[in-house]
Design a protein. Structure first.
Length: 239
């Protein structure tokens, strides 16, 4: 059964074929979708912004257009250019993923969004407007609306990690004793080498809430605020 694109049916036969109008339309859609996603990422100061998203999406759309033109002109080839553009998008996305000085992996969402935009570009280049529009809407909702839900779910989890800066290494024992008294378990504790010459003792600490009272009435934010009041803690935050 052949796929019939809903949007192509609404626009007319010109949108299904390869012609000047359809090429301009597909590239314009790719530019618009990439600009919206890129603006959302740039507004939150993420590693890849407006120009990166536009460049990745336009390259994928153009590659798929050329592949389609070659195949329609009787060239018996595989869609090599679109495959190469997709690999390039994955490589670019990989470079946007970095480790911060707080042992955090940064840029994973942006990297995934770049990869998704590349696939949207390929769909547009091939004339599959409806899947491309659906993927664009789903991606936009995912990166702009779900962070609040994700934060809520994380705040209600019994497991979390903190970035901890102590005034002295000798304070570590006091900190561990305190969190145990509060009803938490230290699952992992790792010294952060990025701060070796700073004069601070810096750690990444994985904690599990064991106390039923804490599970029912306290969020991560409230627990961290309570720990922040300790004199020997220079800084503490969830990661």
């Amino acid at each position: 059964m052949n796929y019939q694109d809903i949007i192509t049916g609404m626009l007319g036969t010109w949108a299904a074929g390869i012609n000047a109008a359809s090429i301009c339309f597909r590239l314009a859609l790719a530019l618009l979708f990439a600009a919206v996603i890129g603006w959302e990422r740039a507004s939150k100061r993420h590693s890849a912004g407006l120009r990166t998203f536009i460049a990745i999406t336009l390259s994928s759309t153009t590659a798929m257009l050329i592949d389609t033109i070659l195949m329609e002109n009787g060239r018996e080839i595989l869609p090599v250019l679109s495959a190469v553009s997709l690999i390039g998008a994955v490589v670019t996305a990989g470079y946007s993923t970095v480790y911060s000085s707080r042992n955090q992996i940064k840029g994973l969402t942006t990297a995934a969004a770049l990869w998704c935009c590349s696939l949207i570009g390929i769909a547009l280049g091939g004339g599959y407007y409806f899947p491309a529009v659906l993927a664009f809407i789903a991606l936009l909702v995912c990166i702009s609306r779900l962070p609040a839900l994700e934060k809520y779910l994380k705040d209600r989890s019994n497991h979390f990690e903190v970035h901890l800066e102590l005034q002295s290494q000798t304070n570590l024992k006091e900190f561990v004793s305190m969190v145990r008294e509060l009803g938490m378990r230290v699952d992992d504790l790792e010294a952060n080498p990025a701060y070796q010459r700073s004069g601070l003792s810096v750690y990444t600490v994985a904690l599990t809430i064991q106390s039923e009272e804490l599970k029912r009435f306290k969020t991560h934010t409230e627990i961290i605020e309570a720990l922040r009041s300790l004199d020997y803690i220079s800084h503490i935050e969830e990661i």
